[in-house]
Design a protein around this ligand. Structure first.
Ligand SMILES: Nc1ncnc2c1ncn2[C@@H]1O[C@H](COP(=O)(O)OP(=O)(O)OP(=O)(O)O)[C@@H](O)[C@H]1O
Length: 317
């Protein structure tokens, strides 16, 4: 049984101008011990999918799903209680995740105390050991620091240490390297890989950057207009993409694209999140579109564990 098992998730947000379909139909299976990348253009529903797993959708949002499970438990009922106990969040902006007026020692202690029944001295030792586990060279000095005294990369390691302190075994990393410079971002990705290997963590990595998928992920799911359109092992998705959208994303990357470059260069734009979509949402932008594409939902194509939704026959991919 996959740790995360999501089938046909939708998240709609009522607004005065009508419902925003932030997520229309996302299916996602994440196995224990893998880093699973979720990639797509801005507005395709990556963050909202993560927020739904964390139980943090906007007030009034409607969630529907055929299956929406974490370790067999229904996230519609359990997301709030799983968050901070089994499920942790690492966000793009570590400075915003930390309290600017409290020392790192105090902030680590608050988290450890909330989750573990340990005397003060043992909590301090645990805080230092968790900071060391994230590769921070001088944990004692870091404990005495305030967030503004640390670099962005160090702050992100503290946020990761806090997530570990909760005992979380599943981390949602939402663009965790976007605010960092390239080499520091690469170190944070290497750290996540090491923690997955050493501690058996599982990570959902939200990114707009194919380099992050290639460098850090085992499997990837491509979202387009709130739908998962392709999923599979990273080598398959990158080297033999099935969906024309994935191919367009890859083709839009200049060979020497700067790491962290936004996915942008595909002609046209994603359909507005309030619109109804009858067939394949990518049809208006697809160079291989046929009349059926705009009219009917695409069938699933399967090549082992590599799957995508497309009207084109499998051998056209
Ligand atoms: N609170 C909200 N109210 C109304 N619409 C929202 C709200 N939050 C998100 N949306 C809309 O839902 C859609 C999906 O948003 P989401 O943030 O999940 O996209 P994303 O793929 O993470 O994009 P980005 O890479 O820019 O963060 C977007 O069209 C967004 O404008």
């Amino acid at each position: 049984m996959p740790l995360i098992d999501i089938r046909d998730l939708s998240v709609s947000i009522p607004t005065p101008d009508g419902d925003v379909h932030a997520v229309r139909s996302v299916s996602l299976e994440i196995e224990r011990g893998e880093i699973h990348g979720v990639i797509g253009e801005s507005g395709c529903g990556k963050t909202m999918t993560g927020m739904a797993v964390l139980g943090l959708v906007p007030k009034g949002a409607r969630i529907t799903a055929e299956r929406f499970h974490f370790d067999g438990e229904d996230l519609r009922e359990k997301a709030q209680s799983l968050r901070g106990r089994h499920i942790g969040l690492i966000s793009q902006d570590p400075a915003a995740a930390l309290n600017p007026v409290l020392s790192i020692a105090r902030q680590m202690d608050d988290v450890i105390r909330a989750h573990r029944d340990l005397p003060r001295k043992a909590r301090r030792a645990e805080a230092a050991s968790l900071l060391a586990a994230t590769g921070l060279p001088d944990p004692e000095r870091v404990l005495k620091s305030y967030p503004h005294q640390l670099s962005g990369g160090m702050q992100q390691r503290v946020v990761i240490a806090q997530a570990l302190a909760t005992g979380a075994d599943f981390l949602i990393a939402d663009e965790p390297t976007t605010a960092l410079d390239v080499s520091v971002g690469a170190q944070v990705l290497a750290l996540l890989r090491r923690l997955v290997a050493e501690r058996g963590l599982t990570v959902l990595m939200i990114t707009h950057d194919m380099d992050v998928i290639a460098e850090a992920c085992d499997r990837a799911t491509v979202l387009y207009a709130g739908r998962s359109v392709e999923t599979g092992p990273v080598e398959a998705v990158l080297n033999r993409p099935g969906h024309p959208y994935t191919r367009a994303l890859l083709a839009a990357l200049p060979d020497a694209a700067p790491h962290g470059a936004r996915l942008a260069a595909i002609e046209g734009s994603i359909p507005p999140p309030r619109s109804a979509i009858a067939g394949c949402a990518f049809a208006p932008r697809c160079p291989q579109a046929m009349p059926v594409c705009a009219a009917e939902p695409p069938p699933e194509r399967v090549r082992g564990t590599h799957r995508w939704l497309c009207h084109l026959p499998e051998d056209a991919a």
